[in-house]
Design a protein around this ligand. Sequence first.
Ligand code: CA
Length: 437
Amino acid sequence: MAIDHTHDASKRSWVTSANDGLTDFPIQNLPLGVFSPKGGDPRCGVAIGDQILDLREAVHSGLLSSPAAETLVGDTLDKLFALGRTAMRSLRHEVFALLDAERGKRDDVVLHPMTACAMHLPTSVKNYTDFFVGVHHAIRCGQIINGDDYELSQNYGYMPIAYNGRPSTVCVSGTDIRRPVGLRKRLSQDALPSFGPCQWMDFELEMGFFVGPENAMGEPVPIAEAGDHIVGFCLLNDWSARDIQMFEMTPLGAFNGKSSGTSISAWVITADAMEPFRLPSMDRLPGSPEIPRYLLDAADQAAGGIDVALTATISTQKMRSAGEGPVPLLRTHSRYCYWTFAQMLTQHTITGCSLLAGDLVGTGTISGPTREDLASFFELSFIGKELVELSNGEERGFIEDGDEIAFQGRCEREGFASIGFGTCSGRVTPALPLEQF
Ligand code: CA
């Protein structure tokens, strides 16, 4: 797809809050989501500045005539995503025209103040898969567990690896996460497992993408076509109970350590909005094998990555009691994904596994190479051994009850309007009392 007039940095909206240069949602972004206005039921919308354009009302008023319009009267974006990027581009152009300052303010466009709306999951998320393509995270976690001479497993250089996650506990930003209980064992600290609340509660800063057009069972998606099946992106927090995970993971992989919740940002940044912010795929590591032919595509190698600056903050109960805002925890960048989104999609379907419209796929933790860009407490505190000092003097090895972790993502490129992802936040609440088990 080419850059078009919807990416023109000089364009403004008559919704004035979209024009301050700071908002995540200028007219060049137009992300899609599902929301309820005050007293109303869930419906599809587009974020513009500090407002939400009501797509259902726009359809009912006859303002949208693109083929996508009839998919927008439900309470998920599944049907829109199933149509794919061409139909979504027509919708983007129509919505852009409705909000364009040059065409003047329109009284027939229904807007809702974002602060008065509740957000919901954008799709039904029938399936959720979490990859492990953050290569610095993969190396560092291996070193923390196995020692400094750890080398990546052989499969890592050949293909993106993943586990099948729990769609039932994927939740929208702002949803509380209850501290899980289970059989836990803190690596070398505990000789035997014990039952109780997770003591190593962690976050993982990731990105996610949404699947659009479906592939039938038995029909893999070739790498050259994989981009057509990826319709949008979000921020994702794969909440992780490390002590539960450590005890259960050998030999079958992640299960209860990853099932208590997965938070995503509420707005889907469309693939079209991301067009100005594409990057080449990450350089191969020294000694890494050739990319298998079924995962290799020249266009994907040239522009299969995305350019998103990622940050995380923490807000503790003590900070909130003192009237203090959240403080920075880390910063990292989407460029540290070793495999591209298209490679993840093709890998997922190579056996004939079908993906459904609205399915969610996570990248895995996107840590960078330095001390400042570690995207989990597991790495930040070296599994609790080196406490992280917060700017108010508190220390953390892992997440404590009442801690709220929030992610932000921002795209910037000379000559283009900056766009953002909104927030992906969640607060960890106390575990259920043990007498309940
Ligand atoms: Ca993960």
